[in-house]
Structures are given as C-alpha cells and as structure tokens.
Design a binder for this molecule. Structure first.
Ligand SMILES: Nc1nc2c(c(=O)[nH]1)N[C@H]1C(S)=C(S)[C@@H](COP(=O)(O)OP(=O)(O)OC[C@H]3O[C@@H](n4cnc5c(=O)[nH]c(N)nc54)[C@H](O)[C@@H]3O)O[C@H]1N2
Ligand SMILES: Nc1nc2c(c(=O)[nH]1)N[C@H]1C(S)=C(S)[C@@H](COP(=O)(O)OP(=O)(O)OC[C@H]3O[C@@H](n4cnc5c(=O)[nH]c(N)nc54)[C@H](O)[C@@H]3O)O[C@H]1N2
Ligand code: SF4
Ligand SMILES: [Mo]
Length: 892
C-alpha cells in the first residue's frame, strides 16, 4: 500500500502552486466581478496544467464521479481521473454547457482539494491503541496527550467488543453515550445493544428547531425526504424583487460551489441588495448590498423597532406600510381583534410595541443602544419592508443560533406578514439556507432510501448538545425529548435524568468533541470515562482523545456513497462511484460494525438487513424525479434484470428517465429549468390563494403572531427562566450584548466587553478538511477584529492575540478589518483544537473552547453571542497553521 501512495504522490496531481493560484484568483473574482470561472463555455476544468506537466498524461485514464460528502451546504460534481489505479487529476462539472436554466454544478476549492484529504500523509493507517489505556481506563488523564501503539484489527475489534459487553452488562444503556447527531452507522449497533444516551442539537437551525410549525412556518429541515426550504420562492423569482434582504446569510462562503450565482443573476437584472448582520461579509460585498448593522443576538430588538416604526408611521394614504388585509386574513394575534381562540393572555404584539404592558415603546431610540443599528437605518429599513415594495426577506439561521433568540423566527415572520410579503411573486419571507441559496421549493430530484429496518434507540434519553459534556461529568441532565422539527410530539414534558456514563462511542458521522460547545468540559468528560472509541480517517479531535481508533476509509474508497445523500440541491442529485480500494488497513464503517457485531456474537443481519451494495442500489433505484407537469414524483432510474444480476442484488426491473449505468457514468441527474415551467414555486401561494383549503401547520392554520403553544412550551422549560410570551418580546439573553457590561444602566463594561460570532468558514466544512495543507495555505485561520477595536488595543494584522471567554482561551493571529461592527469579533467555526498543556490555552483557535455550556429556554446552541476579551499576546508569535506539522502517527 505504501507503494501505491508513493505512486500517487509522484503522479501529476493538482500542484500546490496551481491550487493556491486558483484559490487566489477565485477569491479575487468573487470579490470584484462575481464568481470565478462562470463562463458559458464547456472547457475541461484544468485545475492545473502548471509545473510543466505534459498535457497528454493528464487526459489518459478514466474520469470517475467522486463523492464530496461533507456537511458544507453543497453537493457538487467532482470528478477524478484515474490512471493505473491512481488519481492523477480532478475536475468539476463539464457534463453540459453552463446556462441560467441548466447551470453546471461546480465544485469549490475544498472539493477540488479532496485528493489531499483522501491521500493525505496524515491518514490513520492501521488500528491504534492509546499506550496507557487498559480495560477500566488506565491512565485516563493522558487522553489526548498519550502515545499511540499500532495494534491488529483483531485486537482492536476485541477491545471494542469486550468494553461494549462489559459496560452494557454492568451499567446498561445509561452507561453509554453515543456522541454525535445520530446519523452515523454505528448508531445501529448501539441501538441494537439496548440504546444509549443520545444527543440532539439545534446546531444548524438554532431556534428554528423550536417547532416552527406551531407558528405556521414549514419544516426547515434538509435531508432525504425533507421538504427543503419551502418558505421562499424559487430562483427564477429572485429578480422579480425590487430588493432582496439577506438576513444574516453568507452564501458566498456557506453555499459554496457556484450557488451564489442565483443572487448575481438577480443583481444583473436590477434587484438591489440589503445585508443585515454584524459583518459586511463576502456575500454583501459581492452583491454590493447596503449594510444594516445589527449586533449578534440582538435581532429581536432591531425587528421590534422596525415593527414599531411600520405601525406608527403607517398611513393608508400617504405612507402605506402595514398590509392590514394580510394581517387580518392570514395571521392571528397581532392586535386584540385577531386573537386566537386558545389565547390565555390578554396581550398582543401591537400593544406591546406601543409600550402598553411595560411602559416602554419599542422605538428605534429604544432599540439602537441594544442592537447598535443607527436610528435612521431602522427607520429606513421599516420603509423598505413596507407593503408597497417588492421585497424578499431571506434568512439563514445565523441570527437564530443565539442564546435568547427564541423569538427570532416569530419576529421575522411578523415583519414579513406586516409587509404582506408572503405568497406573491417578488415577495418572500423565508429561508435561503445552505444549498438553497435563493432557490426555494421542493426538491426536483430526491434520493431513495437505503431501506434498512429502523432500529430504535429504546432507552429514549436525549441530552441537548450544550448539556452533553456536563451530563457525563455530573451524571444529570434535563431531557426534553429529541427536538424534532415541526412536531409537537417531539416535546414531551421535561424529565431530569440520572446517568452514569462509562463509555463514549463517537457516531461515525460527527465531530462531537469539536462541534459541541464546551470543548474544555468535553475533554474532561473524555478523561472521566472508562473507554472511548471512534472510527476516523485522520487524527481528528474525537480520535485524539480516544482510546481505540478504528481506521475508516473515506467515501472515495467505499462501494457505496449513500451516506452522502444529504443536502440535495433543488434541481439535481449527485451519484458518485468508488474511486480506489480502501487505503492502508482502513475499512468501511459497515465492515467495521459488522466485525464488532460478529465478535459480540451478534448476527450482523440483525444490524444491517443487507450489505452496502444492496443499500446503495436501493438508494439509486428509489430515487425519484418530479413529473414534468410538476404533479408529484416518478422513478428516476430505469433498471433491467441484467442490471440487477450484474449488481448481484435483490430488486425489480423498473422504467425511469435514465439507465443506471448512464446515471453512474455521468454522476449526476439534473433537471433543466425554464422560466415559468411547472416547477415554478412561490412559497405560501396555495395558502394565500385559499387559506381555508390550505391551512398552515399551526393550530389556527394561520401565521401565529400570538402562539399559545410557543409561550407555554418555553415557559415550561427547565433550562432557562426567561419569561418568553406567546408573542415576540425582547428579553435580555443569559449571555449576550447586555452581559458585556458590568453596569448596563451606566454603560460600564465588564471583564468580557466584546461579542464574538463563529462564521462557517470557506477553508473547511465545519472541522472537515481543516487538515488539508492546500486549504491551510489558501485560507488562513485568523480571528477577525474590527479596525476600531484593534486600534484601541494596539493590535495590527499578523499580531498574535489571546482571546478569552468565561469558559476558555485561544490564541490566533489577528486579521484587522473594516467589515466588522466595532465591539464584535469573528472566529471562524471548526478549527482543530490544540491545547497547550502548560498554559491550557488552545493554539488551534477552536470556537467551542470559547463557547461554554450555556443555553436558554429552548436548549439552543447559541454560538453567536458569547462574550470575550482579547489582547496582544507577546509571549509567543503563532506561526500560520499551514506551517505546523501534520498530525501523522507513525506507530510502527
Ligand atoms: N461554535 C460553533 N459550533 C458549531 C457551529 C457554529 O456555528 N459555531 N455550527 C454547528 C453546526 S450548524 C453544525 S451542522 C455542526 C457540525 O458538526 P459535525 O457534524 O460534528 O461536524 P463535522 O466537522 O462535519 O464532522 C463530521 C465528522 O465525521 C467524519 N465523517 C464524515 N463522514 C464519515 C463517514 O462516512 N465515516 C466516518 N468514519 N467518518 C465520517 C468527518 O471526517 C468529521 O470528522 O457544528 C455545530 N457547531
Ligand atoms: N464553507 C462552508 N460552508 C458551509 C459550512 C461550513 O462549515 N463551511 N457549514 C454548512 C452548515 S451545516 C450550515 S448550518 C451553514 C450555516 O450558514 P450560515 O448560517 O449562513 O453561516 P454563518 O457563517 O454562521 O452566518 C452567516 C452570516 O450571519 C451573520 N450573523 C452572525 N450572527 C448573526 C446574528 O446574530 N444576527 C444577524 N443578523 N446576523 C448574524 C454573519 O455576518 C455571518 O456572515 O453553512 C453551511 N455551509
Ligand atoms: S461546496 Fe461542498 S460539496 Fe461542493 S465542492 Fe465544496 S466541499 Fe464539495
Ligand atoms: Mo449546520
């Protein structure tokens, strides 16, 4: 196998120089002229013909569609050229000409650097055991800093099987934590064994995970079968808006590939852009948006003042701002006249705005000191979103990922309703999250399901992400059920649970010790238990703090890539193929789990009814495509008996649009769109056309500006005691802007006088790909500081700074910018933690070292409004992390 790798490294891959050059060009083009390389010509995408490599050798071989399976908001087409079993080149979508109707699904630079991920020198090559681990835990305090020993698969599987057996026999399922979102495959084994304490986390959606169906909003989720982002119109409608408000969205980073093109097309057609948030981010810059500054976590105060202004300045003749017909017909609870029957409180938002209950009118002058938005900007925004303007209010979930943001979804919906911006072309108030990037509507191509029999986790103990590590450390947590989006059944009465966790099994699709808040507590929790095991490709943080690491192969090495079928874009679905055999001694997750089951004396069929090939086949043949008249779905793939025989699987021949071989050769199926075609989607149109026949999912069937369920549920929460009401109100968050002050009334700042947020970063998909040297070189990993704050602290770009919160401290190199509100710093999400044992300081700059285990009533992971302080750090100058040694384990 080593010789394979040597061969691969000698091969004319994308050169480092070529890659970095391409990334610099792409970034520049993004900022100046639009997305890089969006010409209409089909040209083979020459990632690099640089460094004198002969063209001929770059075109021989077979192009294979290769998975890009990360949780990044994209699913782009990547292809690799395989010659003599070695990947020699990579390219992206050149299956057809690029056009507005039929855009190429082009990869970003992360996708194009994938070969360094798969063939990296830092792959875990064989099973590893922590040197000072022994049954019972050994020297537990050495987790994360111990040496590694190479062991055989037989030993590794034996240790895992024995420890699982012992812990289940001694402590039962409450002795086990399955850390992660529960989407991995080893969850099936754990569930079979009796289940385990499992996590849920509001992660992506923030407070939009709070049963927004009760407000009248659709399910905001993603994934197979989910109706994706149906709260906003489809991409052809973007240009019908006079103005698009990007509310805390950053598609240029977070909807990578070339999805930002949707917005550029609208801009070219004359639509104006406004950006609302704490940073003038690359999307705002690309779209030349007007910047409305709002401090992280203070959006409800801003929007209350917008609503106040709309109501108080509304004049049906001279300045019609509020669409009273819309309010009356399609909403409940804005005024005393429109209260829902079930209302238990004789209060409404309209009168709250005017100060009827607390004596405080929610004027722009009231809001401005909280949200930091100039009064004239609040007033301007209120005019902009008035009923006479064609406005699309498009949000991601960043503003909802805050402590105390429970009322944000309802408040933004209220602004949309006041302006009457739902159900009409050119108007919208909904999500433009991740892959949607302004292309709302049900998916046109849907992947099938693997078809495995579900194995429920019968223990039924669910811990919220912010509480996870404390549950391990204290043995107690509040269980409020698995907060299922859009389902009231997902919120049973809270129960306080007692657990005694002795084993942590990392879900094989998550990076829990990095992505969950409170990494310092997570490390302590890992050092408390008897046994930690994980599957991993590289020395991730989960792996670093484990006792046994089982080397998993990547999706390029798997027979089947069905696990990557999440986040489908609207028009297409990608179907990758296996590229090479598993590298070194790595195995697929499926094979690993089967081996553990067998060692435990369990028939693997009890865990997986059938093998990976059958699962992948089921996904492919179960895929559906929207019928050409837009009335439901039909099978996508034609399957013959010959195909079934060739695959060696169970199945039935069927008629679809494309043969299975042709589909897999292409690697993608995409629906060509045309203006006005039957796939045209205007969110809420059927409801607005006939509300009685097409009610919303709320109790009243309308948008609930007063929602009794919401008020009751938040009031019953054992997690926070913030007095949220059924209608949106401004509440001081448990940690947020106000807590940067020691004395708010006299505006005296405290020990942590700055706010910080954690943007999803272009260099990586959360933590994934953060180890890739090309990406480290192309995108540095600084802490962004506003010019004014930096000046006050005597910090310049390139200085090493110490950033501290109440929960932890990190070092980073400063990048000083004019694009942040003063008082707000930005630390990119997902950097690999690297604790300095002497100082306890994280040199890696991991966001969740600073984000502590704090949550508000809904249990939200409120990443974006923590308090920090920072200072120039003179004890040490950090090197750019591209110059750090890779985490290569050589335990031969
Ligand atoms: N502070 C802060 N924290 C955040 C956020 C934030 O904004 N700020 N964002 C949150 C959000 S929105 C999200 S979605 C989460 C993401 O949190 P995670 O999903 O935990 O993060 P990823 O880095 O995507 O982790 C995926 C891991 O699974 C591995 N993996 C992927 N596929 C496979 C596979 O098939 N087999 C095996 N064995 N391993 C696999 C990858 O290598 C990687 O280590 O982070 C959350 N955490
Ligand atoms: N490159 C890359 N792309 C990704 C990911 C990744 O890790 N890397 N992760 C994917 C996933 S799982 C997710 S959930 C999405 C996340 O996608 P987003 O939620 O859109 O991403 P963020 O970068 O967290 O936030 C976007 C912008 O919101 C603004 N913002 C932050 N806090 C607030 C606030 O309190 N109020 C307001 N008004 N604005 C605020 C900031 O200016 C920031 O630039 O990205 C997806 N795409
Ligand atoms: S956006 Fe995501 S799926 Fe697309 S190429 Fe980049 S990393 Fe891969
Ligand atoms: Mo996410």
């Amino acid at each position: 196998m080593t010789s394979y790798l040597e061969k691969a490294r000698r091969s004319p891959q994308v050169s480092r120089r070529g890659f970095v050059k391409a990334s610099a060009a792409a970034t520049a083009a993004l900022a100046v002229a639009g997305l890089a390389g969006c010409s209409n010509k089909v040209e083979p995408v020459e990632d690099s013909a640089a460094d004198g490599v002969q063209q001929a050798s770059l075109t021989e071989g077979t192009w294979i569609p290769a998975a890009c399976w990360h949780n990044c908001g994209g699913r782009c087409l990547n292809k690799v050229l395989v010659k003599d079993g070695v990947v020699v080149r990579q390219k992206t979508d050149d299956t057809h000409e690029d056009s507005v109707e039929f855009p190429q699904i082009r990869a970003c630079l992360r996708g194009r650097s994938q070969q360094q991920h798969v063939f990296g020198a830092d792959r875990i090559k064989y099973p590893l055991k922590r040197k000072h681990w022994e049954p019972g835990g050994g020297q537990k305090e050495l987790r994360g800093i111990d040496e590694w020993e190479r062991i055989s698969w037989d030993e590794a599987i034996g240790y895992v099987a024995d420890e699982l057996k012992k812990v289940y026999e001694t402590y039962g399922p409450t002795g086990v934590l399955i850390a992660g979102y529960g989407t991995g495959q080893n969850v099936r084994l754990i569930s079979y064994l009796g289940g385990a304490v499992a996590e849920w986390d509001s992660a992506s959606h923030g407070t939009y995970l709070l049963n927004v169906g009760s407000l009248g909003l659709p399910h905001m989720g993603v994934g197979p079968g989910a109706v994706m982002c149906t709260s906003a119109n489809d991409r052809f409608d973007l240009k019908n808006s006079e103005t698009i408000v990007l509310y805390g969205c950053n598609p240029a980073w977070a909807s990578a590939g070339n999805r930002c093109k949707n917005f550029l097309e609208a801009k070219e057609a004359g639509t104006e852009f406004v950006y609302v948030g704490p940073s003038y981010n690359p999307s705002a810059s690309l779209l030349e948006a007007r910047w409305i500054r709002v401090r992280p976590g203070t959006d409800v105060s801003f929007l209350l003042a917008v609503a106040y202004t709309m109501v108080t300045q509304d004049d049906p003749q001279s300045n019609p701002l509020v669409d009273w017909d819309f309010i009356e017909k399609y909403t409940v609870g804005f005024t005393a006249d429109t209260m829902p029957e079930e209302a238990s409180l004789d209060e409404n938002l309209h009168d709250y705005l005017l100060g009827a209950y607390d004596g405080v009118p929610k004027t722009p002058e009231w809001a401005s000191p909280i949200c930091g938005t100039p009064v004239e900007d609040i007033e301007w925004f209120a005019q902009l979103v008035g009923k006479e303007h064609k406005v699309a209010l498009l949000h991601s979930f960043a503003a909802a990922r805050n402590k105390g943001a429970e009322d944000f979804p309802q408040m933004l919906m209220t602004i949309g309703a006041l302006g009457g911006h739902m159900g009409k072309s050119g108007h919208a108030c909904g999500s433009a999250f991740g892959p949607t990037a302004g292309d709302g509507g049900p998916s046109l191509v849907m992947p099938g399901q693997a078809g495995l029999t579900p194995i429920p986790n019968t223990l039924g103990y669910f811990v919220a992400g912010p509480d996870t590590w404390n549950a391990v450390l204290t043995g107690r947590f509040f269980d409020t059920g698995h907060n299922m989006m859009g389902s009231e059944q997902g919120f049973p009465p809270p129960v306080e649970r007692e657990v005694d966790i002795h084993l942590i099994c990392h879900d094989d699709s998550g990076a829990a010790l990095q992505s969950r808040m409170n990494i310092p507590g997570g490390i302590e929790a890992h050092r408390k238990v008897d046994f930690v095991f994980t599957q991993a490709y590289t020395m991730t943080t989960n792996a670093k703090y484990a006792d046994i690491i089982l080397p998993a192969c990547t999706q390029w090495e798997k027979k089947a890539s069905y696990f990557q079928m999440i986040y489908p874009g609207r028009d297409f679905e990608v179907f990758p193929s296996k590229v090479v055999d598993p590298l070194y001694e790595s195995k697929s997750d499926y094979d690993i789990i089967v081996a553990i089951a067998e060692r435990m004396g369990i028939d693997p069929k009890a865990i997986f009814d059938f093998d990976e090939t059958q699962q992948w086949f089921n996904v492919i043949v179960g895929s559906t495509v929207m019928k050409e008249d837009g009335t439901g779905y039909e099978p996508l793939v034609t399957v013959t008996q010959d195909d079934i025989d060739e695959w060696g699987v169970q199945g039935q021949p069927q008629e679809g649009r494309i043969g299975i071989k042709e589909l897999l050769d292409k690697g993608i199926y995409q629906v060509e769109r045309h203006e006005g075609d039957p796939y045209t989607f205007i969110a809420y149109k059927s409801f607005v056309d006939d509300p009685a026949a097409n009610p919303l999912p709320s109790h009243s069937g309308k948008f609930e500006i007063y929602c009794q369920w919401k008020g009751d549920w938040l009031a019953a929460s054992p997690r926070g005691d913030t007095p949220f009401k059924p209608y949106p109100t401004y509440q001081v968050p448990i940690e947020g802007y106000e807590t940067t002050f020691d004395d708010w009334d006299n505006q005296v700042k405290g020990d942590y006088p700055y706010l910080f947020f954690t943007p999803h970063y272009l260099r990586r998909a959360h933590t994934t790909l953060d180890n890739v040297p090309w990406l480290r070189e192309a995108f540095e990993n600084p802490v962004f500081i506003s010019a004014q704050d930096a000046k006050e602290k005597g910090v310049v770009t390139g200085d090493t700074v110490l950033v501290q919160s109440r929960y932890g401290k990190v070092l980073r190199i400063a990048s000083v910018t004019e694009t942040l509100m003063p008082g707000v710093l930005a630390l990119p999400h997902g950097s690999w933690v690297d604790i300095d044992q002497e100082t306890g300081c994280d040199k890696g700059g991991a966001d969740n070292v600073l984000c502590g285990p704090v949550t508000s009533n809904s249990g939200v992971s409120g990443y974006n409004n923590y308090n920090i302080n920072f200072e120039k750090y003179d004890a040490e100058q950090l090197l750019p992390d591209v110059e750090w040694p890779q985490r290569i384990v050589d335990a031969e």
